[in-house]
Design a protein around this ligand. Structure first.
Ligand code: APR
Length: 226
């Protein structure tokens, strides 16, 4: 299973590219989700992520997330790969979720790239806070544009799509690589490709089945039909 921002839309977490409502309709990704933007204006980027963290903290998993928890109990060899940084799959009860783009709840030292947790911040009132070890700014533990994905997560995702019989691409615009290439990789290995999305995407022509509708409605229906 590959999920994108669309599966969290019904939880009130804005997607990125939906017209008007998507984050990138309001903010320029280049100004907020790149290492260059952070270096240029750390406070602006940090405050934006504090706002997004509040949004995801207030959000609750929806029936789409819970349906995937249920699906995992019914099929052997279930792998859940997500582009989402909101942590809602884990909060719904999904285990061992492969987070390709990191997790917004985590902090990382900008210079060392290592996690920064409780007691590891410099107590100097700095915003963004600073790493107690080296004094560099702390940044959110998400993958920014122009950055490579966590190696182990990508390797695990590629291994899963290389050996699966069925791949569901759920709530993603299939525009951002390398995640967008995973369902096609699975198809090339002989898997059946099913897309769940209320809108067409570049993946739609390649899908064997398209379940056109909101994930929070389509996925529980799918589980009930099993
Ligand atoms: N159920 C299913 N799909 C939905 C729903 C819904 N309720 N609502 C919207 N969608 C679909 C939209 O039609 C769109 O195709 O979800 C998709 C959301 O696309 P994006 O906003 O582009 O999100 P995503 O594909 O996850 O973006 C990929 O881009 O900005 C970066 O790092 C960020 O992980 C993100 C990556």
């Amino acid at each position: 299973m590959l999920t994108g921002a669309g599966i969290s839309a019904e939880s009130g977490v804005p997607t990125f590219r939906d017209a008007q409502t998507g984050l990138w309709a309001k903010y320029r990704a280049e100004e907020l989700a790149t290492p260059e933007a952070f270096l240029e204006n750390p406070r602006l980027v940090w405050d934006w992520y504090v706002w997004r963290r509040q949004l995801t903290a207030q959000a609750r998993p929806n029936p789409g997330h819970f349906a995937l928890v249920e699906l995992a109990k019914r099929v052997t060899d279930f792998t859940l790969v997500t582009q989402n940084v909101d942590g809602l799959h884990a909060r719904a009860g999904s285990r061992d979720v492969i987070e390709l783009h990191g997790n917004i709840e985590l902090d990382v030292c900008f210079d060392e790239g290592t996690p920064v947790g409780a007691g590891e911040y410099r107590d100097d009132g700095s915003v963004p806070p600073r790493c107690a070890r080296c004094g560099a700014y702390v940044r959110p533990g998400v993958v920014w544009f122009g950055e490579s994905l966590p190696r182990r997560a990508l390797d695990r995702a590629e291994a899963a799509v290389g050996s699966c019989e069925l791949v569901l691409s759920i709530g993603t615009s299939s525009l951002v690589q390398p995640a967008a290439g995973l369902p096609l990789l699975a198809k090339r290995h002989g898997a059946l490709l099913v897309e769940v999305n209320p809108n067409p995407t570049p993946l739609t022509p390649h899908a064997d089945y398209v379940l056109s509708g909101p994930a929070g409605e389509v996925l529980p229906e799918l589980v009930r039909a099993l």
